[in-house]
Design a protein around this ligand. Structure first.
Ligand SMILES: [Fe+2]
Ligand SMILES: [Fe+2]
Length: 219
């Protein structure tokens, strides 16, 4: 994966260099970006750039995974959070194969990145997305967001199990918690990607959708 280390650059220079690099990437190619703290000026510059050149999510403090996007298509909640699902799946898969190979340092690093990313993802859904959907559709209790919130509790229990198994270097327990996680997460993500996210993209007008995208990216 291509890496950009912008820690020695001023925010404006860093932003320009990242945008230049992104222009040369095919949509879908991912890169790792390391930023000086505070990272917000560069992240805000990317999030508010029109047309939106990439999606990004934090991997660990100061480090971000970026994916170049097709700037001809209109960005939406569905596109961002579906990519984030895939990114998190890949992070966990890397951690599990490291554990299977006995590399517990790498396994723990990936599992921590997975935990950080998934908790942020759930936070975005519960604090930004679901309230916007509930407010615009009037569907609160008994609606799809209530089901998603309940499933998030089960998902978080499995993530805690995965983290503690990796810390104890317990491969059997890790596999068991992973199987439990898949039992909830696969269908959960599918329902979000096929029903809930497109529903949210539909009920938001253009201005609110653009604001939601900036808020999600900077979360
Ligand atoms: Fe969710
Ligand atoms: Fe999700």
């Amino acid at each position: 994966m291509l890496t950009i280390d912008a820690r020695s650059l001023e925010s404006d220079t860093a932003l320009g260099a990242i945008l230049d690099t992104l222009k040369r990437q095919k949509p879908g190619s991912e890169l790792t970006l390391t930023l000086p703290q505070p990272a917000t000026p560069v992240l805000r510059g990317l999030a508010e750039h029109a047309p939106l050149p990439c999606w990004f999510s934090p991997r660990q403090p100061g480090q971000y995974t970026l994916v170049a996007r097709d700037t001809a298509s209109r960005p939406g909640v569905t596109e961002y959070l579906s990519w984030d699902h895939d990114r998190l799946d890949a992070t966990l898969a890397t951690g599990l194969s490291a554990a299977a190979g006995g590399d517990w340092a790498r396994a723990n690093e990936c599992v921590q990145a997975f935990r950080l990313g998934l908790l942020r993802h759930i936070d975005i859904e519960e604090k930004m997305l679901f309230p916007a959907f509930e407010e615009r559709t009037g569907m609160h209790h008994g609606g799809p967001t209530q089901v998603m919130r309940m499933e998030h509790e089960g998902i978080q229990e499995c993530v805690a199990g995965i983290v503690s198994s990796a810390e104890r270097k317990d491969a059997d327990d890790l596999m068991r918690w992973h199987a439990n996680l898949l039992g909830v997460l696969v269908e959960h993500n599918m329902k979000e990607e096929q029903i809930l996210y497109p529903g949210i993209d539909r009920v938001l007008d253009d201005g609110d959708r653009a604001q939601m995208i900036t808020d999600m990216l900077l979360a």
